[in-house]
Design a binder for this molecule. Structure first.
Ligand code: KIV
Ligand code: ZN
Length: 517
């Protein structure tokens, strides 16, 4: 058995299924490129059949991201498999199709209304169809952890016979516990005749907070691919947090006995922050490995111990996962060239007009704060490029507020060459700004969530605002904006959400038109 554990990242597929986490193509590309720098083995880039946006994202990632295997998800349905095959085609030998079909009794009876024999037949047909398109096929019996082990073994054996090169054993609803999940892997290894012809993969959800523990137990039992997301984002309670799995394996060789991953761990923190920014899902301060407090020691006894010998209270070197080692910050005197070089170092690949747009914001921010740190710069990229080419751009905002005045905002937006201005009172400065924007755009969104984070330390830090807005269709749209002024950052975030909602409506209308409806 190989001593390498493959890391399969599904941030852009299962992670993106998290309400309000949906990313546009540019954001997905940033994440995919960073996953390439992290050196994950597989990027599950989307579910191509479900929307034009997903298809386009998987296809573009397959065309542009070098290194990892690029995978597209499909049900055991011909049109899904064909769409996934077309989307990953440009990755050539690195293209993978991941077909899935539920196998548990509850899914068979109530969701699929299919008998066991029919499930096996569909799985085999699905794998064979995928195999005709790509060499690398993964099969997942959905809800495997609640499937009768004997039946699961039959399905897995049939899928491998049909050509699956990876068999994934998902704990779809986060029901498993470590010992039992590990015994399921052991059972399959002992009862599936051809099991050595495929890699055993695990895919755990965190409903009971056991996703990482279950994945590690499965590795001990012989699984050699772990699926999950960075920061553990995903449906409901999320997926297995890959940074935790990678660092557990690296930190405890005594326990895991000679296995390794090829992840470049120094890229972990950068990846976590990028994914938080792109998905709009903030990381809890106390989150292992990547949370703000993960390596912060506040008690005097601990601080004293660390100063005497770091290992007294630190089991990992923070620098190994990318903490510390900050570069000299830029200032308003730094030129375009210095800023562009720093952006490249941070991993952004921007066109000349994009660099120009970021530089304009950089100069503006440089006038307001003494130092522009790497995190400030990343927030500015998101803020300036994220809005490029979109319907509305914030041109001007003026707000009056105070303990004895009615807060009032005047906002001017640009729509192409047109300048649109309006004013509104509100229940606080942020509400006034949003109401003025509502009046201009005629989009009336309900604020479902509002978060503000200081990007760096200090009173002059950029504030990054993330809003989740419901524009009346039940879908939550995320918007982000950054500024040293949190009211301006809020207005930028709200305009960003409106732009995304407009773009989604336009693409739905185009789909409708091309379908001749
Ligand atoms: O959780 C799950 O079962 C999945 C499958 C599609 C692998 O995400
Ligand atoms: Zn899943």
């Amino acid at each position: 058995m190989s001593d390498k554990v493959l890391i399969f990242d599904t941030t852009l597929r299962d992670g993106e299924q998290c309400p309000g986490a949906s990313m546009n193509l540019r954001e997905k590309m940033e994440v995919a490129r960073q996953l390439g720098r992290l050196n994950v083995d597989v990027i599950e880039a989307g579910f191509p059949v479900i929307s034009d946006g997903d298809f386009e994202a998987v296809k573009t990632i397959a065309e542009e991201v070098r290194g990892p295997i690029i995978c597209g998800l499909a049900r055991c349905v011909a049109k899904d498999i064909d769409a996934a095959g077309a989307a990953v085609k440009a990755a050539g030998e690195r293209g993978r199709i991941h077909v899935f079909l539920a196998t548990s009794a509850i899914h068979r009876e109530f969701k699929l209304k299919k008998a066991e024999a029919e499930i096996i037949r569909m799985a085999v047909e699905g794998v064979r169809r995928a195999k005709a398109l790509v060499r690398d096929v993964e099969f997942s019996p959905e809800d495997a952890s609640r499937t009768e082990p004997e039946f699961l073994a039959q399905v897995v054996q049939a899928a491998i016979e049909a050509g699956a090169t990876t068999v994934n054993i998902p704990d779809t609803v986060g029901y498993a516990v470590p010992e039992q999940y590990a015994s399921l892997i052991t059972f399959l290894r002992g009862n599936v005749r051809n099991i050595d012809d495929a890699v055993i993969s695990v895919h755990c959800h965190d409903d009971l907070g056991l996703a990482v523990a279950n994945s590690l137990a499965a590795i001990k039992a012989g699984a050699r691919q772990v699926e999950g997301t960075f920061n553990g984002i995903g449906e409901r309670a999320g997926n297995c947090a890959l940074e935790e799995v990678v660092m557990a394996i690296k930190t405890r060789p005594d326990f895991f006995g000679g296995i390794h991953t090829d992840v470049v761990t120094r890229e972990i923190l950068k990846s976590s922050r990028l994914i938080a920014r792109m998905s709009g899902l903030q990381v809890a301060r106390s989150k292992a490995i990547v949370g703000e407090n993960a390596f912060a020691h506040s008690s005097g006894i601990h601080q004293d111990g660390i100063l005497k010998k770091r290992e007294t209270y630190e089991i990992m070197d923070p620098e190994e996962v990318g903490w510390g080692g900050t570069e000299l910050p830029l200032t308003k005197h730094s030129g375009r060239h210095a800023m562009a070089a720093r952006l490249e170092h941070l991993g952004f690949r921007l066109t000349d007009p994009e660099i120009e747009a970021v530089f304009a914001r950089f100069k503006d921010i440089g006038d307001k704060k003494k130092f522009v740190y790497d995190d400030d710069l990343s927030a500015l990229v998101d803020d300036s490029i994220g809005n490029a080419g979109e319907t509305y751009a914030l041109d001007y905002i003026h707000v009056t507020s105070g303990s004895t005045t009615v807060p009032t905002a005047t906002v001017r937006l640009k729509r192409g060459e047109e300048s649109l201005q309006d004013s509104s009172p509100g229940n606080g400065a942020v509400d006034a700004a949003m109401q003025a924007i509502d009046r201009i755009t005629a989009c009336h969104g309900t604020l479902a969530s509002y978060q503000v984070e200081a990007v760096t330390q200090g009173r002059d830090s950029l504030g990054e605002v993330t809003v989740k807005i419901d524009f009346g269709d039940g879908q939550l749209i995320t918007g982000k904006g950054a500024s040293t002024d949190v009211v301006e950052a809020s207005a930028r975030a709200y305009v960003n959400a409106i732009n995304r909602s407009v773009a989604l409506k336009q693409s739905a209308a185009r789909r409708f038109e091309s379908a001749g409806v």
